[in-house]
Design a protein around this ligand. Structure first.
Ligand code: MOS
Length: 742
């Protein structure tokens, strides 16, 4: 059964409630088994020797000393046949040409983790150091060392509609600025890692992954074994933010070492390795030029972007919102990746979007100022109510105007905005920024609901719960449809061997893709139960209702407890299968958000403090108020890091990362996050998007946050902070420059 038959959800009681996570207790109590906790009898531990140089060729690897170390059971390097499998963007798994600090040179499996690390230290490698580049600016200079054959900047991607020259000619005011964002690291709480175990020619992998089915597919293809012989389990996950969507080398290495030794192998990366080699959000340079008429019409938007993607190609683009968010007839975008000798970038919570918001939303602010319009009013005038790049398709719903209006009201925007700039050393300001999220999610999920004769229920689905509360939300959908208490529902998920299929938990799509499939499965179970009751009670199905474990006729009579259904007792279990219906073909689906921020800037010390924020979100229906708030608070927190503190620092002299630890790479802590963070859900009652009315929240929660802070900084100081993060030193510099110019 597919997820047709949507219904209004105002009548419902369970979905939407802020119920605690069904697995919260075991997560908090330390009982939940993450990949790192997975211990198997006879298990070995792996460690990797990584290239310590930014750019080098491996001349010689001497394993003789390492082989003799106690506890060592296997070593793999470039010279081993087993390891000679093609890797995605390199010729093979271990490639003598190392293009960044952290590339794998050799791996060891040993009886203990310490023995594995000791053996790694005993491997002797002769490197030939090569000239390197550690910034886009250097990489683009004539004669720069080439990271990839063919040059450091491949062909740019382009997009264009209308005629920007004509647009700029029509404008009453034009603003132009170059914005810059820094490279950020994902740093999920749970480190990256795998445990691999072979049973004959069957491979089982416990993996810290967002996409168990994607890992299954990649491993099967790389090792050339059938999908049916690879099982990937991701029962508990401690965050990934995109860095765990695709296969990592560590998983393949664990599988190869387990194969070679005939024993299970655990390979979990250290925190430092997580900083160097499992992805990052690439730094961007975004040059944005925009024209506006006095009445607030945007006449042209032109963007030139460069993404510092690291040593290997990735698909990062920061132009999406420039094309779609606001009505503008003339748009031109040119974007090119730039290679440098550093770890490869990877999808990171809304890839490209926070960077885009940083430039676009500050530009919107500057345009509004040019024509003397309030920034909220200016956005309201320009929000595109149709999807500009998708044949001007209407959206299934668009709550962005309401996010702006209701958000401004709840934040006290007008009053805060009107406060005069003070002359004191500590100044305050407020800013606003909007965003949207666009994706191509495949509506591919299947879910199975088993309803047992004792009224307990089992939900089987594929999606990983990466810490967002997916399991809880899906249980709520089942509980609501079948009228059973949450405590009676077991959820099994994210195991390619035993659960149904779902696409990876990324792209903010899990709830909107999976919850309709889950609901459809529950609806099928419900229909079967009502059929049984109709036969037993001799009442037409249409007259029967299921609630609180009972099925009753009109006015409450006749009535029968579900457990008393003879049909159910006979069958022991009723099984419902649900799949996800296609997206509506003639509509575009997008979640939207507007964030407001108030900051305090100390002009003497350069300190910027976020005083409060308010996040208004149209992500469709709220499934669970508690997990919804959690997502948004997490997004705001990452936004504060993006705006104020987070940046990978590469030493220009050595090309090595100097802050590959949580002490020097500064993610926000409780001291940096204000207590006053307000979350304002805007529910557009989207009846068209799917049968649960959901649109996705994880990524939108981050997108406009940093830009709102930057705009608040401008409002406070009168100076534009074009570079993220806005560090203490940069504030002092900006204010000094301003003083000199002023
Ligand atoms: Mo996300 S970057 O799709 O985990």
């Amino acid at each position: 059964m597919v997820d047709t038959n949507p219904k209004p959800w105002s009548e419902t009681a369970i979905v939407g409630k802020g119920l605690p996570k069904i697995d919260g207790r075991e997560r908090l109590a330390g009982e939940a088994k993450y990949t790192l906790d997975q211990d198997l009898p006879d298990m070995l531990y792996a460690a990797t020797l990584r290239c310590p140089h930014a750019h080098a060729r491996v001349v010689k690897v001497d394993l003789s000393r390492a082989r003799e170390m106690s506890g060592v059971r296997a070593i793999l390097s470039d010279s081993d046949k087993e390891a000679n499998i093609p890797w995605f963007r390199k010729s093979r798994l271990f490639d003598p040409h190392c293009r960044y600090e952290g590339e794998e040179v050799a791996v060891v499996a040993a009886e203990t983790q310490q023995q594995a690390w000791d053996a790694v230290r005993a491997i002797q490698v002769q490197y030939q150091n090569l000239p390197f580049v550690s910034s886009m600016e250097d990489a683009l200079k004539a004669g720069a060392p080439e990271v990839q054959d063919g040059g450091n900047s491949p062909q740019p991607g382009t997009y264009s509609r209308g005629d920007v020259d004509k647009g700029f000619a029509e404008a009453d005011a034009v603003v132009e600025e170059t914005y810059r964002t820094s490279c950020e690291l994902h740093t999920p709480l749970e480190v990256h890692g795998s445990v691999a175990h072979w049973d004959g020619d069957h491979l089982t992998i416990w993996d810290s992954t967002q996409g168990p089915f994607a890992i299954q597919a990649s491993v099967a293809s790389l090792l050339n074994i059938p999908l049916s012989k690879v099982r990937v389990i991701a029962r508990y996950m401690g965050g990934g933010f995109g860095s765990k969507l695709d296969l990592g080398k560590y998983t393949v290495i664990a599988a190869l070492l387990a194969h070679k030794t005939g024993r299970p192998v655990k390979y979990c990366l250290s925190r430092e390795e997580g900083f160097l080699c499992v992805g990052n959000r690439p730094a961007h340079t975004l040059k944005l030029k925009a024209g506006v008429k006095k009445d607030g019409t945007i006449t042209a938007l032109e963007m030139h972007g460069n993404a510092e993607v690291g040593a290997y190609p990735t698909g990062e683009s920061a132009g999406y919102m420039v094309r779609e968010l606001y009505t503008c007839a003339n748009v031109k975008i040119q974007e090119a990746p730039v290679y440098i000798n550093a770890g490869q970038s990877r999808a990171f919570r809304a890839p490209g979007f926070p960077q885009c918001a940083w430039a676009l939303e500050q530009t919107m602010d500057a345009l509004a100022e040019k024509i003397g319009m309030d920034p909220v009013e200016f956005r309201l005038k320009n929000v595109s109510m149709v999807c500009g790049v998708d044949g001007n398709k209407p959206y299934t719903s668009i709550g962005l105007p309401q996010c702006l209006r209701d958000g401004a009201k709840a934040f006290g925007w007008s009053e805060a905005r009107a406060r005069a700039r003070s002359d004191s050393a500590i100044v305050r300001g407020v800013g606003v920024a909007s965003g949207m999220w666009g994706y191509l999610a495949r509506p591919s999920s299947t879910a199975i609901v088993r309803f047992y004769a004792d009224g307990s229920v089992n939900l089987n689905m594929g999606a990983a719960d990466i810490g967002t509360g997916t399991r809880t939300i899906m249980a709520q959908v089942v509980a609501e449809e079948l009228g059973v208490p949450m405590s009676r529902i077991e959820v099994e998920n994210a195991d390619t061997g035993t659960t149904q299929y779902s696409d990876g938990a990324g792209g903010s799509k899990t709830t909107m893709i999976d919850s309709p499939a889950v609901r459809a499965a529950a609806i099928e179970v419900k229909a079967a139960l009502l059929d049984m009751a109709a036969a037993q009670l001799k009442v037409p199905v249409a007259d029967l209702k299921l609630a609180n474990g009972e099925i009753s006729g009109p006015g409450g009579s006749p009535k029968i407890a579900v457990g008393q259904l003879s049909g159910l007792q006979m069958r022991h279990v009723v099984v419902g299968v649900g799949t996800r219906a296609p997206h509506p073909p003639d509509k575009a689906i997008r979640p939207f958000a507007t964030h407001f921020a108030e900051v305090e800037v100390n002009k003497r010390t350069g300190e910027v403090r976020v005083v409060r924020m308010l996040a208004a979100h149209d992500s469709g229906r709220v499934m669970n108020l508690l997990t919804y708030r959690n997502q948004v608070l997490g997004g705001l927190t990452q936004g504060i890091g993006f705006a104020l503190t987070e940046q990978r620092v590469l030493d220009s002299g050595t090309g090595k990362m100097v802050n590959d630890n949580w002490h020097d790479y500064k993610i926000p802590t409780a001291m940096d996050v204000p207590a006053d963070l307000a979350v304002l859900p805007i529910d557009p009652h989207d009846m068209e998007v799917n049968s649960t009315g959901t649109k996705g929240l994880g990524e939108p929660a981050l997108i406009p946050a940093a830009a709102a802070i930057a705009n608040a900084f401008y409002h406070a100081t009168g100076v534009r902070a074009t570079h993220a993060p806005i560090t203490l030193a940069s504030v002092i510099n900006l204010l000094n420059q301003d003083r000199k110019q002023g």
